[in-house]
Design a binder for this molecule. Sequence first.
Ligand code: UTP
Length: 296
Amino acid sequence: MRNKITKAIFPVAGLGTRFLPATKSVPKEIMTLVDRPLIQYAIDEARAAGITEFIFVTSRGKSALEDYFDHNPQLESELQKKGKDDLLETLKSTNMDSGQIAYIRQHKALGLGHAVWCARRLIGDEPFAVILPDDVIAAEKPCLQQMVEAFEETPGNMVAAMEVPMDKAKNYGVLKVAKDHGSLVRVGGMVEKPKDNPPSNLAVIGRYLLTPQILENLSSKETGAGGEIQLTDAIAKEITEGRDVFGYRFQGQRFDCGSKAGFLQATVAFGLARDELRDELAQYLHEVVNIDKAAQ
Ligand code: UTP
């Protein structure tokens, strides 16, 4: 099996119920942090990691996503006429070449594992990445690139892992650590959303490098936590069958943009990271905090 990963799956077929009513007509992945949709952060991270084929697993109501990656000749020529070169460059950087991007439908939201399985024919017999765009990671070296570099040295299934408070572990897939090598952890078991006694506080977040055997495991379509077909279960099967699964403690800050609080935190963090916004936003935040303190 080759070690080079060039394909990534972006499962975006979820219902996004936590953002209703917005997600009634706007895909969650089109919601913006400052001025870039969540999906753009995910694409940029994938590109930095050497991904050249982008596979979207979509569902009804997600056509805004397909439009987003299309060329927009009318807008481009307007910007050109007006001499707005910077904006034109920004716009062009979002275009995808024909054939670089593929869309597959998941007809029913049966779970993340099922969404990944829907892309099986486009993956074939090679390792691949899975990126959940609602996990946005601010990092000096993009998270997926860190993982791809680790994978090239130590091939095997690899999941991004992050320490969370013990009482929050029940919201995640959680790793049982067999051997801790620091940034790399050999995984001895995995549980999706453990109701009690999580095996550790090392949680899986939305970046995966997977071997094609995972797609085979998913084809049994067994349901797990929440009655959904879980990707975690298909990865855990690799462990029971004696194949390697690693957790990778990435460097960077992860924002859960699938939740309202996480999305708002990311908006503040990415706003403060922009030179043109920092001072005004920081001043506003100070004022709000002071008013809050005074009210107490
Ligand atoms: P979430 O658990 O965040 O679910 O899915 P969701 O539907 O997007 O959002 P809520 O919980 O209703 O607010 C994690 C990722 O898996 C994808 C989602 O699009 C998201 O990227 N997913 C989930 C699918 O593609 N298909 C599914 O059947 C389930």
